[in-house]
Design a protein around this ligand. Sequence first.
Ligand code: HSE
Length: 415
Amino acid sequence: MVKIAIMGHGVVGSGVAEVLCSHADNIAKRAKEEIEIKYILDLRDFPDSPLCDRFIKDFSIIEADPEVRIVVETMGGLHPAYDFVKRCLLAGKSVVTSNKELVAAKGAELLAIAQKKNLNFLFEASVGGGIPIIRPMSQCLAANDVIEIAGILNGTTNFILTKMIHDSMDFSDALALAQKLGYAERNPAADIEGQDACRKICILASLAYGRHVYPDQVHTEGITGVTLADVEYADAWGGVIKLIGRVKRAQQEKLSMIVCPMLLSRESQLANVDDVFNGIMVRGDSTGDVVFYGKGAGKLPTASAVVADVIDCVKHFRARKYLFWEEGKEGYVGNYLDDSTSMLIRLRAENAALAAENTEAIFEGAQRLYRKQAPKEELAYIVPEMPEREIRKKLERLEKLGISVPSAIRVANDL
Ligand code: HSE
């Protein structure tokens, strides 16, 4: 019998308790040990829970109990999760977490402590919810040099964009629905502003390239600026707009990384990843493209990944799972403005005919796009690929000519 504690009884934590109870026999067969939840840490009371006798409010009870060998952290947020997880590891307990904010900010440090103490620190659920991605990347794809990773890594924003694309639904109604369904973060700004996707691509980049990438090193844009007009121009071009997190190896031991809405061709494998689903493409030098697809958020999909890690911990009490990356360093991620891209630009000008002439002169080879019922002041183009810094300079020239640029969305030509 292995005794565990769960810290946090929110959407994911309660899902973990539910899966451990409802699948107890199968889990015991797979782990070759019965798993018992000894404590559930939460500041709230759950008198109606079948596990109501396990609830505690004082973390030090878990820390001081030598019977507890594995601690599941599903509290979310950096504090107090970081302090508690570190103390659990220092107290000799393996830790399983679904907390991407924690892993993206403190992964290198916590992995180093786990290594020193010969314990496991596992976080399959931190990226892609129920999709297996951490374990396949660290094990099954380990023989590859990873050329690139690109993914739809946030279920909430993918749900919102899908509703905008297919149902012309208003942004705020779609967000409210995603929150009701339990997909969104406690603070949905982390979803819609792109930070959640950023944390996840940082974890994947750290794993793939062996050095920690911190979220503040990555240029991040969310979907709050994407409008139905942009969605219609994307459709006219033959594509869709998706929030993409992306990392590639660049020159001089650097990474090229970005999180932003991107225009994908309908033929892209990621273009048809809809609703709360996530899709992650890993481009290996030997495998070519490998695509992972599944539910990236929600109670039971995420709980499934957490419980799988708990089983793995039980099976590896004396044999550490090899997950490790070094501390990060300044300048490791290049400036996104140096990366080449093409863009969908939407413009507004009093005199649209003159604006078209100026735009086509400044952006030689730009392709004009049209949509039904566009206001007469509106224009849209796909501009040719060049370093983003050059595109920005040209857009400044347009602005000086009285042409405003309400949106500029990067095109992912190679996805
Ligand atoms: N808020 C996150 C999402 C939850 O929507 O993807 C899963 O990490």
